[in-house]
Design a protein around this ligand. Structure first.
Ligand code: PXG
Length: 285
């Protein structure tokens, strides 16, 4: 069966799912989005994703025109319509069709688009052996220009960093903030383990408040693994015992090299493995 795409309350087969070329989402990246996971037919932490979507929208003066509950229901209905029990959902809200020119007041009709599909994670070998990443020269957006907490349709900051990583032979890349502190990767948050303690940069390092990051911090508490949000430099990563990334697409993925330096013993570490299996249990319960 063809994929059924939700646009503004109506479902369209993929080939007919179209929006205007005058939509400011396309013309200017003016809009917000969420990427969610479906496990065993249920959307993981749906409430948190919907909340973040509305907060992103509020920060850019975008009126979604639906309640939180209506959005959650639209996402669930899209998942059900597409008969997916495991997969990925992309929820998008654009500013809507306007005229050429930035003025958002010319856009009267925000478009809500929901796509449910399957997703390919990083290749399995990286979960088994760990990722190698590099620090790139592109810094994360300055929070005073565009807060990284807004999951906007303008992902050029992350895409430029990703390109630089790929050119260096790495499929994920570490981004610093304007102060030279560790921020996050292009589509994942970062954690290290040092002396049995989990450390991850605080939100005011200029990062996305990752839903998976939060889930891992919850799991750490349940497993009595100390966890702190603390400013980190590249040095903290170089000297860590273990490192891993979190994201809706990636879940929990070990990192074994940064900037050609071997992290820990160069293999996915015991705490990373414990959190990975606890995460798998959590999403399937
Ligand atoms: N940081 C950034 C910059 C992200 O885009 C995360 C962290 C992790 O957040 P969650 O809530 O997913 O735990 C993200 C989200 C992709 C892709 O195609 C990845 C994300 C978003 C959109 C696309 O790899 N990651």
């Amino acid at each position: 069966m063809a994929k059924q795409i939700y646009i503004g309350g109506t479902f369209y087969p993929e080939a007919d799912a179209k929006i205007s070329v005058f939509d400011h989402g396309l013309l200017y990246g003016d809009g917000v989005f969420e990427g969610l996971r479906i496990y065993s037919g249920k959307v993981f932490r749906l409430g948190e994703h919907v909340q973040r979507l509305f907060e992103s929208a509020k920060a850019i003066w975008l009126e979604i025109g639906m309640t939180h509950d209506e959005m959650a229901e639209a996402i669930n209905t899209t998942v059900a319509k597409n008969g997916l029990s495991d997969g990925y959902v992309r929820a998008i809200v654009t500013r809507g069709a306007g005229s050429l020119g930035l003025d958002p007041r010319r856009c009267s009709n925000p478009q809500v688009i929901i796509i449910a599909d399957t997703i390919t994670l990083y290749p399995q070998e990286y979960y088994t052996n760990g990722l190698e990443i590099v620090t790139v020269s592109v810094i994360r957006n300055h929070p005073a220009a565009l807060s990284p907490r807004v999951k906007s349709l303008n992902y050029l900051n992350n895409i430029l960093a990703k390109i630089e990583g790929i050119q260096a032979g790495c499929i994920e890349a570490l981004m610093l903030n304007h102060k030279g502190e560790v921020a996050e990767c292009t589509g994942d948050n970062i954690f290290v383990v040092k002396d049995g303690k989990l450390i991850t940069p605080p939100l005011d390092a200029g990062i996305l408040a990752g839903v998976t990051r939060e889930a891992v911090m919850d799991l750490a508490q349940e497993l009595a693994i100390p966890c702190v949000e603390q400013v980190m430099t590249k040095h903290d990563v170089y000297i860590c015992d273990e490192c891993f990334l979190t994201g809706s697409a990636a879940e929990v993925i070990p990192v074994v090299k940064l900037d050609s330096r071997v992290l820990g013993d160069g293999k996915p570490g015991p705490i990373t493995k414990r959190l990975t299996s606890a995460f798998h249990e959590m999403v399937r319960s």
